[in-house]
Design a binder for this molecule. Structure first.
Ligand code: ADP
Length: 436
């Protein structure tokens, strides 16, 4: 039976539909490559080989805008043209790719020989003979970053709207991949810069604390000597020198404590130490200051000694820093309380105050070096933002954990866990939402 016209229509329609489905499947495969391709180069190679095959072209290539040279450069092309095209720049004026880049619009040229926009140098260098081309801009967030083009539709056929759609889809995927890599590079560069800054900060801390220690020791020693010698004469002035030199010494010691911990130079000299005794000594040290500010400073210890395996000097620093802060950030009439209890192989110590508290958004940051809730220049309270980072370092050196709970305007509780028997203990359980 002869095939009638309506049958031909059905056959052609079915062929067209099959081709469409094939194109969609191939495009889907390219989309998948966005996440699975090993690198940008191999992904862009897939894009140009699909661009030339799906549009029935001889060649395809991707050009990227080079800001420094203000021209387009070949980023991806067929392998046999690679060495010739890589070093070559394509001007924005007098080239089809440049026209597409400038206008941000697609372009079809059916007769390249007659079209002034075609850049003939490329043909001369590669010994190709371009007769037709289709090109689309690569756009990222409204900015054109390059051009995807396909050349020489086979069998002297004309490029169609369908070819353009295919190229635009592939172009959008290529632009996305290029953007991902650019972002990735930026993130990596930012990380390196951050690490450099962190190193600078550490070096600064190490050098400053080291260089200040000796002259400060001399000032303090001689001032104390003079103070004893002078009796009542100049007592106020000499007391002021000794007090402030002592303050500076504390700051320098804090700085070198942080540095020692970070450089791994910090060593534990562990003994059986009584946390109750350290707490009582700390309270004694700060009692006058607390009284002067009308703050009740007390410990609730239930007469127990609470022995742990620890470096007593380092744990004293932790107590001092927590109690000093608690007094500093509590208004007159308030209370500061030190408590401790045993908790499944650990000693749990808390320093609570009824002070100003810490805003929820800042709580995870108070243990960072040099962090203070108030900005340095506008702050009411002294300090360098080091006390808590020192405390955290000391506690972690003992395989312990430290964290804070606080409510603005109501007060704060700093708590730490220390293993009772530190030898071979694993890291303490994560008891705080902020502990890693
Ligand atoms: P600094 O020596 O400057 O006090 P810290 O590291 O000891 O530095 O503390 C960091 C910041 O955490 C403080 O500047 C303060 O803003 C906040 N902070 C610490 N302890 C308390 C507390 N008990 N109550 C309220 N805020 C506190």
């Amino acid at each position: 039976m002869p095939i009638v016209l309506s049958d031909w229509c059905c056959i052609i329609h079915a062929m067209l539909s099959n081709e469409r489905i094939d194109h969609l499947e191939r495009l889907l495969e390219v989309v998948r490559g966005l996440t699975t391709a090993p690198d940008l180069e191999s992904f862009l190679q897939t894009v140009i080989s699909e661009a030339s095959e799906m549009t029935d072209s001889e060649l395809a290539s991707i050009l990227e805008y080079d800001k420094a040279a203000d021209e387009l450069r070949f980023l991806s092309m067929q392998w046999f043209d690679r060495d010739l095209l890589r070093p070559m720049g394509v001007p924005l004026d007098g080239s089809a790719a440049g026209w597409v880049y400038r206008k941000g619009q697609p372009l079809i040229i059916q007769d390249a020989k007659m079209d002034q926009r075609h850049f003939k140098t490329v043909d001369r260098v590669t010994r190709h003979d371009t007769h037709s081309l289709v090109a689309v801009p690569l756009i990222v967030r409204g900015e054109v970053i390059g051009v995807l083009e396909a050349l020489n539709k086979k069998d002297d056929a004309h490029y169609t709207e369908e070819d353009l759609t295919i190229l635009e889809t592939l172009g959008a995927l290529a632009a996305q991949a290029m953007q991902n890599i650019a972002l990735d590079r930026k993130v990596r560069a930012a990380r390196i810069e951050l690490a450099d800054l962190e190193r600078l900060k550490s070096d600064f801390v190490a050098i400053t604390s080291h260089e200040l220690r000796t002259p400060l020791g001399l000032i303090l020693g001689h001032a104390t000597f003079l103070r004893e010698l002078a009796g009542n004469e100049f007592a106020d002035q000499l007391d002021t020198i000794v007090r402030n030199a002592t303050r500076l010494k504390d700051i320098v010691e804090n700085l070198s404590d942080v540095d020692n911990f970070q450089s791994g130079a910090a060593r534990l000299r562990s003994n059986k130490v009584s946390l109750a005794k350290i707490a009582e000594d700390t309270i004694l040290t700060f009692q006058d200051e607390a009284k002067a500010r009308d703050i009740t400073l007390k410990a609730e210890l239930n007469d127990a000694s609470f022995f742990v395996d620890a470096d007593g000097v380092k744990i004293s620093i932790v107590f001092s820093n927590l109690v000093k802060n608690a007094i500093q950030f509590t208004d007159p009439g308030g209370q500061v309380t030190v408590k401790m209890e045993e908790d499944s192989g650990y000693m749990k110590v808390s320093v609570s105050d009824t002070g100003i508290g810490i805003p929820a958004r800042e709580m995870s940051r108070v243990f960072e070096r040099f962090f203070q809730v108030e900005a340095h220049l506008t702050r009411r309270y002294g300090g360098m933002g080091l006390g808590l980072s020192v405390a955290k370092s000391m506690i972690e050196l003992h395989n312990g954990r430290i964290w804070v709970e606080s409510e603005e305007g109501k007060g704060s509780t700093f708590t730490f866990l220390l293993p009772i028997d530190n030898a071979g203990k694993p890291a303490a359980p994560s008891a705080s939402p902020f502990a890693e």
